[in-house]
Design a protein around this ligand. Sequence first.
Ligand code: ADP
Ligand code: MG
Length: 263
Amino acid sequence: TDRSATTTRPSGEVADMKISDEVMINMTGVNKWFGEFHVLKDINLTVNRGERIVICGPSGSGKSTLIRCINRLEEHQSGSIVIDGTELTDDLKRIDEIRRDVGMVFQHFNLFPHLTILENCTLAPIWVRKTPKKEAEEIAMTYLTRVKIPEQANKYPGQLSGGQQQRVAIARALCMNPSVMLFDEPTSALDPEMIKEVLDVMIDLAQSGMTMLCVTHEMGFARQVANRVIFMDAGMIVEQNAPEPFFTNPQHERTKLFLSQIL
Ligand code: ADP
Ligand code: MG
């Protein structure tokens, strides 16, 4: 059974997106330390297929660490993380499966500078998914068209603007046909005039039904596409709610303070 998100949003654009009852990500009692430093404290988080979640919170609160644990770029020390039915353990084969299924977009794009845009997009499909080269190129062109830069396919990352590079990074992740996309402050390294072109791609992706976890302080984006906003502080999920009540009626002092500083 599906249920629709019912909150009315200013744009109304993504308001009738379907959220499945199927669990995509389940984190239970997750703790992580960097040495003595307790960076994630008893994180419990369930994300259903089709959910679009924005994670916000002060610098150093553990947002990046949280989403990096989801594709095992960081290892948690206790609790369980289950992605699409597969538990993250030390089993390398499973970690590979999960990395194929979980797309990630970073603040600093992380494109391969010595490869063309097209090669950046076909590398993993060809070598990891064993997709034939011609097919991988066709798929890549489809996604480069979707992020509105098919004409850049044969250029190198250094020849593109930051906004264009970030759109390539999103297209590259989509070429692996992920079932969930993680974004870690995808617009925070961009010049202001390039932020919108990246957010527009992310909005389009949300409208297509992609399950998304986005660390971002773009609160307009959160209001427009998120069905849930999560506030983290000091390694904990302090508060979470649908965007309207989250922004208009935050419950915790720390959330109020944070919102007063960024809004
Ligand atoms: P956020 O993304 O919310 O800014 P992070 O998850 O990047 O926070 O970091 C949370 C805390 O963990 C910070 O205090 C940071 O300095 C620390 N930290 C992050 N990565 C490491 C690491 N590899 N080793 C030690 N400490 C780290
Ligand atoms: Mg971070």
